[in-house]
Structures are given as structure tokens and as C-alpha cells.
Ligand binder design. Structure first.
Ligand SMILES: [Zn+2]
Length: 254
């Protein structure tokens, strides 16, 4: 009797451990902007960044869930709602899995309407001055938030970025490897202009305690690129590219 109960207990414990070990990886997919924060807006077709980001984020989540049901896939938003940068980081940090990956999806814009191409950011301060405009634009959502005290004196001024110099990023190597694979997909598979893997001070990456990237899929301010980004083929290509990079990362890090 004792042995039978003991065996039952052991098999329940083993089953639980196997189940937990199968679900120990979380990917958080963050569609940038939303609600009254439209993000960048296309100059030719009027496409809004928030809608593109959400569409790609949802398709990517679907792809990962279909092929890797053991991975917990979390979307920071699933509809057109406003979220603060801190809300997004909180969603990442609330996930208890030991292995996590954060993918923030954005669309670029510039005054120069010829600017085009994809770039993938990780948190860092190398050549920060070059990338300050992108970081300031993506962080500027703070101005739309009611409670600015969460940002502890950070007001998106150039001076405020000096504080980023003092902050270390523990996940630099794994974030960099993931960013390079994504960038390879954009350049070699999707044939997009290569703006490279860059470092910048994105609040949402700083506050998320796991490896992560912020992808600028292309320039909505460029007429050709706006058309491509908003096409079904364009979005599908981007989803395939990020998915391929995720697969590589997951296989190496699960
Ligand atoms: Zn954005």
C-alpha cells in the first residue's frame, strides 16, 4: 500500500516537473503605441504606426503559439489601447518564468522622406548621440502619461539621457545575438536596406528585466516603405523574419 502511494506521488511530482519545465520560457511581444498615442503616421497613405505594430505583433504571437505550444506567449496589448512604457515593462517583469525574451515592435519615421530600411535596437549607450532622435521619439509617449513620477526625474531631455550612461544592461550579449539574427532576416531574406543593429536608451528596454530588442521595421515616412509595410506580403515577410530569429534564439536558449 505504502509503495503504491509512494509510486503515485512520485509520478505526480515527475509529471508536474515535466509540465513546468515544458513551460519555462516566455516571450513578451509588445506592439508599440496604441489608443491616443498613434506613434508615427504615414505621409502618403496615412497609415498609423500603432496599427501596423499591433498587426505584426498579433501575427507573430500566432506563429509562435502554433509551432511552440510549450512557450508562453504574452502580448502587452491585443487591441487599440493606450499603455504607458512602465505598464509594458511591468507585464514583462510580472512573468515568473526564468527564461524570458522581450520583443518590442515599432515603425520608424524621419523628416528625410528618402530615409528607409530596418534597424534593430538593444539597450546601450554606444554611439548614443547618433540614435538619440529615435530614442527620444519612442520615449516621448511619457508626455501623454498622467503620472510622470514613475520616471523619476527623467524628462526626455538630452540631459536626462546622461543618466543612462550609468545604467548597466545585464542582458547585452543575448540581446545582441537576437538583434543580429533579426537584422539578418530583414536584410538577407526581406532585402530591406540595412540600418544595422544599434544601441539606444529605450525606457521600455531598460525597465524590462530580460533580454530584449526594439525593432524599427521600416520608415512609414517613406512612400514606398509605407506601402510595403502596410501590405499583407510586407507584414507576412516581417512576421516570418522575426519568427525565424525567435526560433534560433529559442533553440539556443530554452
Ligand atoms: Zn514607435
Amino acid at each position: 500500500m505504502f509503495m503504491t502511494m509512494f509510486r503515485k506521488c512520485v509520478s505526480v511530482i515527475v509529471f508536474t516537473i515535466v509540465l513546468l519545465s515544458l513551460q519555462s520560457f516566455t516571450v513578451v511581444i509588445d506592439a508599440g503605441h496604441g489608443g491616443h498615442d498613434a506613434g508615427a503616421v504615414g505621409l502618403t497613405m496615412g497609415i498609423q504606426e500603432k496599427d501596423l505594430n499591433l498587426d505584426v505583433a498579433k501575427q507573430l504571437a500566432e506563429r509562435i503559439r502554433a509551432k511552440y505550444p510549450e512557450v508562453a506567449v504574452v502580448l502587452t496589448r491585443e487591441s487599440d489601447v493606450f499603455l504607458t512604457l512602465q505598464n509594458r515593462a511591468n507585464i514583462v517583469n510580472k512573468c515568473k518564468d526564468s527564461k524570458k525574451l522581450f520583443i518590442s515592435i515599432h515603425t520608424n519615421a524621419a523628416d528625410n522622406r528618402n530615409a528607409c530600411g530596418a534597424e534593430t535596437f538593444i539597450l546601450g549607450t554606444e554611439r548614443m548621440d547618433d540614435n538619440l532622435d529615435v530614442a527620444m521619439r519612442e520615449n516621448s509617449v511619457m508626455k501623454l502619461e498622467k503620472d510622470l513620477t514613475v520616471y523619476q526625474g527623467f524628462d526626455n531631455s538630452i540631459e536626462s539621457y546622461i543618466m543612462f550612461e550609468l545604467m548597466q544592461h545585464d542582458y547585452m550579449d543575448s540581446s545582441l545575438a537576437f538583434a543580429e539574427t533579426i537584422q539578418n532576416e530583414f536584410v538577407n531574406t526581406l532585402k530591406r536596406a540595412n540600418r544595422g543593429v544599434r544601441q539606444a536608451a529605450f525606457w521600455v528596454l531598460l525597465k524590462s528585466a530580460c533580454p530584449g530588442v526594439l525593432i524599427e521595421m521600416g520608415f512609414i515616412s517613406n512612400a514606398d516603405e509605407e506601402k510595403w509595410l502596410s501590405s499583407d506580403a510586407g507584414k507576412k515577410g516581417i512576421v516570418n523574419g522575426i519568427f525565424a530569429a525567435f526560433e534560433k534564439y529559442y533553440k539556443e536558449n530554452k
